[in-house]
Write a protein that binds this ligand. Structure first.
Ligand code: 5GP
Length: 214
């Protein structure tokens, strides 16, 4: 049975190193109805990242051109670099009935909320301690000490935005966090207002005759 549903936009935000990228990757692996919004950024590529998969890496001129040409759904300046969400991909996926997941910061979340609050589900991921955050950033081995220290300094400001989110998860245990987010996604998909094909389904249901044993 396929009841037509409005696609939703699922935002994961957190300070760097709280584990949201790992959670997002696992969600995408286990859920074929979920599509990843690949952002554009002016940040340099980390060695483990691939252009077009983790980000579209652009120079500042190209980023500004995209922004001024209204090709971005939202954009922000984070840790000295520009980040933004290509609009066309998101709208195409939602139109096809897919849900879209975003790994973006609080500034981008606020901008999308302004445009489409009813289609948005927001989750903030907190680390259990600041020490864990530091250790995760360090063990990733992809940022230099200066960058890590900068990200630790910015973590507190990022964390202060937790009250703006629909759900907050303390990522103490990866499996449990993934389970909770999977449950949130399923509940949000089941919301009456998102199941736009429900009226038709219920009408058909009520018209069906029932064969009784008598
Ligand atoms: P990173 O450089 O570690 O990949 O990301 C740094 C921060 O930028 C993270 O908090 C991430 O969520 C945020 N970010 C990544 N892409 C976007 C985007 O397209 N828009 C906004 N607003 N933030 C983004």
């Amino acid at each position: 049975m396929n009841i037509v549903r409005r696609g939703l936009m699922l935002v994961l935000s957190s300070p760097s190193g709280a584990g949201k990228t790992t959670i997002a990757k696992s969600l995408l692996k286990q859920d074929k109805n979920l599509k990843n919004s690949v952002s554009v950024t002016t940040r340099s590529k980390r060695y483990s990242e691939a252009h077009g998969k983790d980000y579209f890496f652009k120079d500042i001129e190209e980023f500004i051109r995209m922004r001024d040409n209204e090709e971005l759904l939202e954009n922000a300046h984070v840790f000295g670099n520009y980040y933004g969400t290509p609009k066309e991909f998101v709208f195409e996926q939602l139109e096809k009935g897919f849900d879209v997941i975003f790994d973006i910061d609080w500034q981008g979340t606020q901008q999308i909320a302004h445009l489409a609050r009813n289609d948005l589900v927001t989750i903030f991921i907190l680390p259990p301690t600041l020490q864990t955050l530091y250790e995760r950033l360090e063990s990733r081995g992809e940022d230099n000490v200066e960058t890590i220290n900068k990200r630790m300094q910015d973590a507190s400001a990022e964390i202060s935005h937790w009250p703006e989110y629909d759900y907050v998860i303390v990522n103490e245990n990866f499996e449990k966090s993934l389970e909770k987010i999977t449950a949130i996604l399923e509940a949000e998909r089941s919301k009456r207002t998102r199941q736009i094909g429900l009226a038709e389904f219920v009408n058909q249901l009520r018209q069906c005759s029932v064969q009784t044993s008598e």
